[in-house]
Ligand binder design. Structure first.
Ligand code: ADP
Ligand code: MG
Length: 253
């Protein structure tokens, strides 16, 4: 389809006198990774939180899969096809990898207990949910870890699990906040592989500090500084932009 799955115009978020996000517009297209970079405090996580509904914008408008989602709840936005991961790991440590994925998938299910067909539909629904979970497990490369307690897996596997949990809700748009944070080389490489595997089916916004990963993955690159977009476009062109060099890429990142 020739339209972005998510588009935001003029998004602004003020915390008191601080404009953490200031007049930012973004588009996310299927089979494209839109990377957002910028120094700490630039407003990247706040932008993610605005798009996901975790924070209401002060101004601006968000459209997701043809619906106006401005100011809507995270649950509502999630049901319309948005999945996100958080900067901080967010799994249920005492449960197994499979149980985590299953719980995430179930949280996206709609229940209608007074429908007489509910009990008849239960088995079929369960089979469908399991199928979704299997697919998420496989895409995340965690098949061999399904029955391991999540809290005992490596940091890299826990981040893969978070993505599997998000995939289990079958989003069309994914917002990933620093999925490579704290990873070593091998873990980072397997996360890059995972993101490439899921790219064709999704529109993705990737907030990330790892520049190797960003330049491997990004189809579009946006640079934020102090809540504002200072450059956005094809990654090679943005990289050679002198304002970007001075503000960010010239630093030791
Ligand atoms: P980034 O993810 O790019 O590091 P953030 O979006 O976390 O940046 O933060 C952008 C700015 O907004 C920072 O100055 C931060 O201190 C401020 N900020 C973020 N969340 C809040 C909040 N809930 N209340 C007040 N200020 C906030
Ligand atoms: Mg952040």
């Amino acid at each position: 389809m020739n339209a972005p799955l998510l588009s935001a115009q003029g998004l602004t978020k003020r915390f008191g006198g601080l404009a953490a996000v200031n007049e930012v517009s973004v588009e996310l297209w299927r089979d494209r990774i839109h990377a957002v970079i910028g120094p700490n405090g630039a407003g990247k996580s706040t932008l993610t939180n605005l798009l996901s509904g975790d924070l209401p914008p002060t101004a601006g408008r968000i459209t997701l899969n043809g619906h106006d989602t401005t100011g809507k709840s995270p649950e509502h936005i999630s049901r319309l096809g948005l999945g996100r991961s958080y900067q901080k790991t967010n799994i249920f440590a005492p449960f197994t990898v499979w149980e985590n994925i299953r719980l995430a998938a179930q949280s996206g299910e709609r229940h209608s207990p007074w429908n007489p067909l509910h009990w008849v539909g239960n088995a079929a629904r369960n089979a469908r949910v399991n199928q979704r979970c299997e697919r998420a497990l496989e895409l995340a490369g965690l098949q061999s870890r399904a029955h391991v307690v999540a809290g005992t897996t490596s940091h890299g596997e826990q981040r893969q699990l978070e993505i599997a949990m998000t995939l289990a809700t079958e989003p069309t748009v994914l917002l990933l906040d620093e999925p490579l944070a704290g990873m070593g080389q091998a873990e980072a490489e397997s996360m890059v592989g995972l993101l490439l595997r899921i790219k064709p089916e999704h529109a993705m916004m990737l907030v990330e500090h790892d520049m190797d990963a960003v330049f491997t993955l990004a189809d579009q690159l946006t640079v934020m500084v102090n809540g504002q977009v200072i450059a956005s476009g094809e990654p090679g062109a943005v990289r050679s932009d002198s304002e970007v060099q001075a503000a960010y890429l010239g630093e030791e990142h």
